[in-house]
Design a binder for this molecule. Sequence first.
Ligand SMILES: Cc1cc2nc3c(=O)[nH]c(=O)nc-3n(C[C@H](O)[C@H](O)[C@H](O)COP(=O)(O)OP(=O)(O)OC[C@H]3O[C@@H](n4cnc5c(N)ncnc54)[C@H](O)[C@@H]3O)c2cc1C
Length: 456
Amino acid sequence: MHVAILGAGPAGLFAALELAPHVSVTVMEEGSEPLKRKCPVASHSNCINCSPCQITSGVGGAGALSDGKLNLTYKIGGDPQSLRRTPEEIQELINYIDEVFLKFGADTDSYGVDDTSLEWLKRKASSSNIEFISGKQRHMGTDRTRMIVSHFYEYLKEQGVTFRLQTKVEDIRKRDNEFVLKTTKGNITCDYLLAAPGRAGAYWLRTKANSLGAQSKYGPIDVGVRVEFPAELYTSIEHVMYDAKFHLYTKTYDDFVRTFCTNPHGFVTVEKYESFVLVNGDARKDVKSENTNLALLSRVELTDPVEDTTEYGRSIARLANTIGGGKPILQRYKDLIRGKRSTWSRLSRALISPTLRDVTPGDIAMALPNRIVKNMIEGIERLDAVIEGIASDSTLLYAPEIKFYDTSYVVTRDLETQVPRFFVAGDASGFSRGIIYAGVTGIIAARGIIRKVNTQ
Ligand SMILES: Cc1cc2nc3c(=O)[nH]c(=O)nc-3n(C[C@H](O)[C@H](O)[C@H](O)COP(=O)(O)OP(=O)(O)OC[C@H]3O[C@@H](n4cnc5c(N)ncnc54)[C@H](O)[C@@H]3O)c2cc1C
């Protein structure tokens, strides 16, 4: 029995780990092996034609060149209910994934485990009607993450997993009882297919899956800004939880707003897509900046008759890029509040320097929908009670930051689509939003495949 896994991100790697002792496994990956992955352009912000993008493609997936913040709680990065599992069942899988990362060299230090300081932070947040999502975290660090993934990759090869690297799957067809994958290096057939192409491959997969008969649904997207401020403002929180998550509902619209992906002493980065650029952030263990950044995001869900959140998000990104002349927009908080665009001259009066400079100083209010801008301002004002000083004049805002988790599939409890023997996992499936949950879904799908193989 032959199983092909499409994508060597965390979902694909953890699926391969489960499947290897039971069936023959081939992993198809358009990028390179971990130690050969390197963005050729410093800071990634000026790269234009790197295809596939080294940041999001290759063994280890989108997370392999990041700083690898592992959220080790079922409360972050996915939802047990949507996977039809109890929190305890998901936590058990997360603990197992953590053990695997530790075995391959992850730092044994963790955050979010000291009850007294967690209680302090929870109280501080609650007093402003903000929910603090606590949970254990591990921070692998950019360089270490690459090594850990490399050890994982070598181990899988020893277990008999075949990797076809620099091999892009261009089409998926069904022929009798098998799938035929048309790749840049010829056709491959398999009895079972597990598709985990990540966020970058999500829309391509949606088109292919729909044409095979798998039904998909639109999910919400998160739209907002990357907020950058002096690192000292976050120091007391960083000791409690490296990447603390805060959730709130805004006063005006009662919209859900959350912080996400906090990078103490980190850098704001650019994420390139075919027709637009977005902002993101990372933190490195070797190089530190004087700033901390976090994503502040407002949830957008559309209902009948316009449910296409993908197109809505893309339209926002394109508009923001038009205003920014093809680059992200940077604005001082003071300028946003006063209704003025930022200029380099105004930015020079801020107390901090931006860590991303390939940007256009401008006006975020011209680029994002008014409702989102209002949610951002209310969010920052409320967060000021927890991250004291974040609502200061000098705080820097970069836009657009958009998280497209907008496609999910009609699946069984084992993540099998309506096309028999065609399984989905990871961020492209709509059931994960991070390294750990991507791994969880990979394991769930792989165990589903093993069960099905054994009963046939
Ligand atoms: C800059 C950055 C920093 C991040 N930092 C963190 C973090 O600190 N913590 C965290 O939890 N999450 C982080 N994330 C998110 C995390 O990386 C993803 O949630 C996770 O990697 C998703 O795993 P996945 O296996 O679903 O997909 P991916 O990791 O995206 O992997 C999919 C793989 O499929 C391959 N692929 C796609 N299409 C094809 C095709 N047609 N043919 C062949 N191969 C294909 C891609 O090349 C890719 O390697 C970060 C993401 C980015 C971009």
